[in-house]
Design a protein around this ligand. Sequence first.
Ligand code: PEP
Length: 253
Amino acid sequence: MRKKIVAGNWKMNKNVTDAQQLMIQLLRYKNNNATNCEVWIAPPALYLTMAKDVFDKGQVGVFSQDMSAYESGAYTGEISADMLQSIDAKGSLIGHSERRQYHNETDAQCNVKVKLALDKGLIPVYCNGETLEQRKAGQHFDVVKTQTETALFTLTADEIKKVVIAYEPVWAIGTGETATPEQAQEIHAHIRNIIAAKYGQDVADEISILYGGSVKPDNAKEIFSQPDIDGGLIGGAALKLEDFSKIIEGFNA
Ligand code: PEP
C-alpha cells in the first residue's frame, strides 16, 4: 500500500528560536499521538541539521526545500544532494512553484535534480501544477502531463516508484483558494494514469501523490478521503502546530 504523508513546507519563515520551538512541539506531538500517516517537514536549509538533531529517531522526516542540480563546486548559495545525504536528510522538494516563479526553474532542471536525488538515496518530492491562466484556458490536464513526463519519464520503473509527487495548482498556493476535492482528485487520477500508461498500473499504484494548495484543518479530511490523494504538502498551515496537527489528524478515522 502506498504511503500516506503530511509534509510541511516552512518556506522562508521563522528565526532559529521559533523554528526550534516548533520542532520541539512537533516532536512532543509525535511522541504522544499515534498518527496514520508519515509526517515530514521541509524547514529552511539553515535549520536542517537542527531538525535532524530534534528528530533523532526519525519521528519526522527532514527534507530540504530545494537542492542543486550540480554535484559540487562553485555554485554559491546552493546545497547539494551529497550534503543532504551526509546529514541523513530524507529527501528534498523539487520544482516547487515558487522556485519556478522566482528562480525560473524548469522541468528539464527538475529532471536532473530528481535523478541526482535518487542516485544519492534521497526521496524527491516533485512538485507540479498549473497556473490560473492555464486552468482558465482549460490546459491543466496537458500542462501537468508535460510537466510529469519531462521531469520524470527518463527514470526507470524502480526509480519512479521512489518519487513522491505533489500536485499543487499555483492558483491555490498561499491564496486561501483550494481546489475542490473533486478537482484535485481528477488531476491526481490523471497523473496516475499518465504514469500507468508508461510504467504499468502496478508502478503507478505505488506512487504517493500529495495535494498542495491552501490545505487547512477544515478541509484536510475531505481532500485526503479522495482515492488518489495520498496526503498533503502544507505551506501556511504547517507553521503552527495547532493547525498542522489537525491536518495530520485528517487521516484519522
Ligand atoms: C506550498 O507552499 O507548498 C503550499 C501548498 O502552500 P499553502 O499551503 O500555504 O498554500
